[in-house]
Every structure is written in structure tokens, then in C-alpha cells.
Design a binder for this molecule. Structure first.
Ligand code: ADP
Length: 599
């Protein structure tokens, strides 16, 4: 995309978002820009006037008046500038929070399959860093814009002064500014190239820095003594990070020296020229001083205009990474068809699937129907594709070939959010939050709940899954916080208790289709059998899909689909399959029968 278009796109995005949030911010910013543009004229007007007064047999009173007014005005300008700066800082903080929040919202709404997509993850990292450190966020983007504006106003004033009194100075100053502009643009390019390279290192750094202090890794780190490996990796990436930064600094140094040297040459030329004019008697001492100040204001303003423009482009490019992430193309098409209430029929039609970025077909030409209210057990060895099948059903991914239909219609045609409401899945890697049990079950912030009011639904469900007594034994009952990250009184539920809470959460969602994907894997076959037995009563009347490589669930189910190598190898009732000669199910059942006999 052309640079002008990027500037337009980024400013349109941030101005419209900014306007929605804080209109007053822009009024304050404009006022500050006007003040900033007027401030240099205090010295340009007052200092020569004071010098002229001193040279003409100074009138003490007049001199004091001039100096006093100048100091007073300087004070007023500084105080106003400081106050406005303070207000702007507060807005900047609020904007920072706002843009972080909408980024988080976007991450949570992102198509699931993008959460494993390296390009999307890199873009997220670029967005996060680009928006914070590098562009300075909303205020960072507006700062160069408004400073640019005030410098243009100042420049206009001093150009008039210089054209009238010393046009050559204009030429000298313009040359130096042009040189600085070229140098600055090179400096920015070096910084931006470095930033792209640093983005990957930062992501790995983030994983090592934050991910590994995460309690979840704690056990593996201790039991397998992998601390040294982590520290070594950390050190290696620190070295890479330092090397990259030193490389950037080394490339920038000669250019910075050149820019500073040119500035000195410029000052010397201006002094020399104006000094000569004064000696020749062509201008007065007061005008000489005024022109020196004007020349310096001219270079400063022009410099400011150019650096602001370049700064604006640089920040726009960083902030564009944020906008790009916010507008990241969806990974899957989303329809608008309404989902009808009640139970549904699902059909997998010639469905094949390979995970994004992989050639391996995990599911191959699967044909399967799940009838209204049916309880289906999907069994097979690990890696057979069972979880993948339900992830496709839940539209976390779309099939590579074939389709899935709900009530005869391709699921892609349904409104995505409505379709999501159809399922209450509990996957193997379910997650509970470090919030209260009540919040985990109802998925509502307790800030919005009346804590004095009991939640009959939550309590009833806890009772049904056999967790009521346990929860009541905690000091804060249902309002006990899970885990100890944020609360010393937090509890660490056992694996089995966590599974029960996750199952309770799924039941409370009250969706017509419940999916249990081996959430009981941590339990022994008998405990697993007990849970399924109990669970059957809880999901009566709903469609239920149980996934297991053990067979505890099968005896309660209407039908069983046996998966192997990505295909449905056997399909039928328990009775049918167990009697199939040389059947996979019959063989698995015989092997596991010891657990289930006499049940
Ligand atoms: P099951 O539930 O039967 O144990 P899965 O559906 O989890 O099997 O996995 C089937 C195959 O797909 C496995 O070989 C697994 O390694 C692969 N797989 C699972 N998830 C992903 C993923 N996100 N990306 C790539 N391959 C995956």
C-alpha cells in the first residue's frame, strides 16, 4: 500500500476511535499547539527591544517593564503548556487502556484457527509493540501532527522577518535542514528494519520470560530438571536481542554525528554573515540579535516540521501494524442464517481435513450422522482424529474437503455466534480461570452480580455433579477464588475437581449439544464410568457426544462410531459392534472388559 494511503488509513482509524472516546483531547491539543507556535516570538520580539533600549541610554523604568513583561509571559506560557501537557498525559493513559482493551477484544473474537497461525501471531506481536513502545499509541501519533502544525505557524512568522531583514540566512538555514532531513530518514529506516527483526525475538522472549514462570510449567521444570535449559535459552535470546540492538545503534551513530556536525557549521555561517553585516553597519546590534534568534527559530521550526513529518510516517507505520491486526482477514467465512431453537441433526458429508499448514490428512472421507437427541460415543486410539472431528463440528476449523450440515444446511451458512451457542463442549485441555467458582460457572463478572443472592442454577448443578459439599467446605463457598495467582485464600482444586467444575460450566450453558472430549482422562476407568453414568442423567433429552479411547461411555450411548486412521471404521450400537467378528470395537472391549464386568 502507498505511504499516503497508509497515513490516511491509520489517521482515519485513530481519529475516529479517538473522537468516540475523548473529544476534549483534541480541543486541548489544538490549544497547546497554538501556544507552542506563539512562544518563540517572545524572545524574538522582547530581547532585541531590551537590547535597543539598553543601547539608547537606557530608561530604567521602560527596561524593567519590558523585562518584567517578557518574564511574566514566559511564565504564563510555561504554566499553560505544563497544565495542558498534564491533561494530555491523562488522556494518553486512558487511550492506552482503551486501545489495549479493544485489542484484547479482537484477540478473543479472532477465528480460533488463527491462534495457531504463525503469521497472525507475528502480526499480533507487531500490533502490541507497534502500538505501545514504538508509536506511543494515540498520543504518540497526535504529538507529531500537532507539533507540525505549531511549527508551521511559527515558521510563517520568522520567514516574514528574515525575508525583510536577512534573506541569505534563509538560504543557509534551508540547506542545513534539507541535509538533516535526508539523514533522519535514513535513521528511521534503520530503526524500522531493526524493529521487524526484533519482533520475532521479542515473541520468543515473551514466551520464555512470562510463559516459563507460569505455574503450569513448574512441575515439568522441577521434575525434569529443565531449569538450566530454560536459563540457557533465555541467555541465548538475550544475546541475540543485544546483538540486534547494538547493530542498530552502530549503524545509526555515524549518521547522528554527521547531523550534529552540520548543525555546528550552520551556526558558524549564520554568525559570520550577520556579524559581517553588523560590522559593515548595514544592520543594528538589536536587529543582529533578532536575526540570530529568528534564524535559529527558522531552522528549529523547519527541522521540527521535517522531523515531525518523518516521525509521523514512522509512527504511522508502527501503528499500522495495530490497524492491520484489527482488520486481520477472517480465516473462515461466516453466514447470517438464524439458528432455530431445539434439537438438531448433524451430518458429516465426505469430510476430509488437514490442519492449516500441514499436509497430513487427519480425517479422510468421513460420513456420519448424529440424530436429534442422540447420544453418540466416538472411540478410537489416541491420534485417530476424534478431537479433530468435534473441533470441526464446533467450527474451530473448517473442513478441507466435504461439509458438515446442521438440519440439512452447511454450517458455514449459520450466523457464527448463534451457531456457537448450540454447543457446550468440555475439551481435554479445558481451562478454568483464576476467578471465583461462581464466575467460572456462570462466566459473568461478580462485579455485576448481587453477591447476596444465591445462584440456584449454579448450586443445583454443583449438587448434581457431586461438588456441592466440597464447595461449601471452602471458606468463601461458591465465591472462593480458584488458584493462588491473585488470592492467598485461593484453592488448588484436584484434576478431578477441575474436570467436574468444567463439566458443570458446560451444563449451565444449557446448550442443546453437549460434548465431552475425554475430560475424564485423568481418572481411572471405573471413576470415568461413574461420571459417565451420572452424566447420562444430566444430559437426558439433549444431544451428547462422548469421546474416549476407553469404552466407559459406550454402554450408555445410542450409537458408537469407531475411528481409526482418520476414518469411521465401525458404526452401530454397542450390541452390534461387540458381536462383529474381528471388529476393532469387539477387540478393544475384550481388552478393557476387566474394568466393566459386573457393572
Ligand atoms: P484423538 O482425539 O483421536 O486422540 P486428534 O484429533 O487430537 O486425535 O489428533 C489427530 C491428529 O491430528 C494427530 O496426529 C495430531 O497430532 C494431529 N493434530 C491435532 N491437533 C493439531 C494441530 N493443532 N495442528 C496440527 N496437527 C494436529
Amino acid at each position: 500500500m502507498k505511504q499516503e494511503n497508509v497515513v490516511k488509513k491509520v489517521y482515519t482509524y485513530f481519529l475516529s476511535e479517538g473522537f468516540k472516546k475523548h473529544r476534549m483531547f483534541f480541543a486541548v491539543r489544538i490549544l497547546k499547539a497554538l501556544l507552542q507556535s506563539a512562544q518563540p516570538f517572545l524572545s524574538i520580539c522582547f530581547i532585541p527591544a531590551i537590547i535597543a533600549e539598553m543601547m539608547n541610554e537606557a530608561d530604567g523604568v521602560r527596561l524593567a517593564q519590558l523585562a518584567g513583561t517578557m518574564v511574566l509571559l514566559e511564565f504564563v506560557f510555561s504554566a499553560a503548556n505544563g497544565t495542558l501537557g498534564n491533561i494530555i498525559e491523562r488522556y494518553a493513559q486512558s487511550f492506552e487502556n482503551h486501545f489495549s482493551l479493544i485489542l484484547s477484544e479482537r484477540i478473543m473474537e479472532l477465528d480460533f484457527q488463527l491462534t495457531e497461525d504463525k503469521k497472525a501471531l507475528d502480526q499480533l506481536e507487531l500490533a502490541r509493540n507497534g502500538m505501545s513502545w514504538y508509536s506511543g499509541g494515540m498520543n504518540g501519533l497526535m504529538e507529531p501532527f500537532f507539533t507540525f502544525l505549531s511549527a508551521v505557524i511559527t515558521l510563517f512568522g520568522v520567514v516574514v522577518l528574515l525575508v525583510v531583514n536577512a534573506p541569505v540566512v534563509l538560504l543557509i538555514s534551508a540547506l542545513i535542514v534539507a541535509l538533516s532531513a535526508v539523514v533522519n530518514s535514513k535513521l528511521n529506516k534503520i530503526e524500522q528494519e531493526g524493529y521487524r527483526r526484533l519482533s520475532k525475538i521479542n515473541r520468543i522472549f515473551g514466551y520464555l520470560g512470562w510463559g516459563l514462570v507460569d505455574f503450569r510449567f513448574g512441575m515439568t521444570i522441577r521434575l525434569y530438571g529443565s531449569k538450566d535449559m530454560m536459563i540457557e535459552k533465555w541467555s541465548r535470546f538475550t544475546e541475540d536481542w543485544n546483538r540486534e540492538n547494538v547493530d542498530i545503534a552502530n549503524k545509526q551513530l555515524p549518521l547522528q554525528l554527521m547531523r550534529d556536525g552540520a548543525r555546528i557549521v550552520h551556526d558558524m555561517a549564520v554568525y559570520f554573515y550577520l556579524g559581517a553585516l553588523a560590522i559593515l553597519g548595514r544592520i543594528t546590534v538589536a536587529t543582529t540579535v533578532q536575526m540570530i534568534t529568528a534564524a535559529s527559530t527558522f531552522t528549529n521550526s523547519l527541522q521540527t516540521i521535517i522531523t515531525c513529518y518523518q516521525d509521523m510516517l514512522k509512527k504511522v507505520n508502527y501503528a499500522n501494524e495495530y490497524v492491520k491486526f484489527m482488520e486481520y482477514p477472517p480465516a473462515m467465512p461466516k453466514g447470517s442464517r438464524k439458528v432455530t431453537e431445539g434439537k438438531h441433526v448433524f451430518e458429516f458429508k465426505n469430510l476430509s481435513f488437514a490442519y492449516p499448514g500441514s499436509e497430513v490428512q487427519v480425517l479422510k472421507n468421513v460420513n456420519l450422522t448424529i440424530r436429534e437427541g442422540e447420544h453418540l460415543s466416538v472411540v478410537g486410539l489416541n491420534g485417530a482424529g476424534k478431537t479433530t472431528l468435534v473441533k470441526l463440528l464446533c467450527r474451530l476449523y473448517d473442513p478441507t474437503e466435504g461439509e458438515i450440515r446442521m438440519d440439512g444446511i452447511n454450517i458455514k451458512e449459520y450466523d457464527y455466534n448463534e451457531y456457537m451457542k448450540v454447543f457446550a463442549p468440555v475439551f481435554q485441555d479445558f481451562k478454568l480461570f483464576a476467578f471465583t467458582i461462581r464466575e467460572n460457572l456462570l462466566l459473568k463478572d461478580t462485579g455485576e452480580m448481587d453477591m447476596a443472592v444465591e445462584d440456584p442454577l449454579a448450586r443445583d448443578t454443583l449438587r448434581k455433579i457431586g461438588m456441592e459439599e466440597k464447595v461449601d467446605s471452602f471458606k468463601n463457598g461458591i465465591d472462593t477464588v480458584l488458584f493462588k495467582q491473585f488470592d492467598a485464600d485461593g484453592i488448588e482444586p484436584s484434576g478431578g475437581e477441575q474436570q467436574k467444575l468444567a463439566i458443570a460450566r458446560a451444563l449451565i450453558k444449557d446448550a442443546p449439544v453437549v460434548i465431552l472430549d475425554e475430560p475424564t482422562a485423568a481418572l481411572d476407568p471405573i471413576a470415568e464410568y461413574e461420571i459417565y453414568k451420572h452424566f447420562e442423567e444430566l444430559v437426558k433429552g439433549k444431544t451428547a457426544i462422548y469421546i474416549s479411547h476407553r469404552l466407559s461411555s459406550c454402554q450408555f450411548c445410542d450409537r458408537i462410531a469407531v475411528f481409526a486412521e482418520g476414518c469411521v471404521k465401525e458404526y452401530g450400537t454397542h450390541k452390534e459392534l461387540v458381536n462383529l467378528p474381528n471388529g476393532i470395537y469387539a477387540e478393544m472391549f475384550a481388552a478393557q472388559a476387566q474394568y466393566y464386568v459386573n457393572k
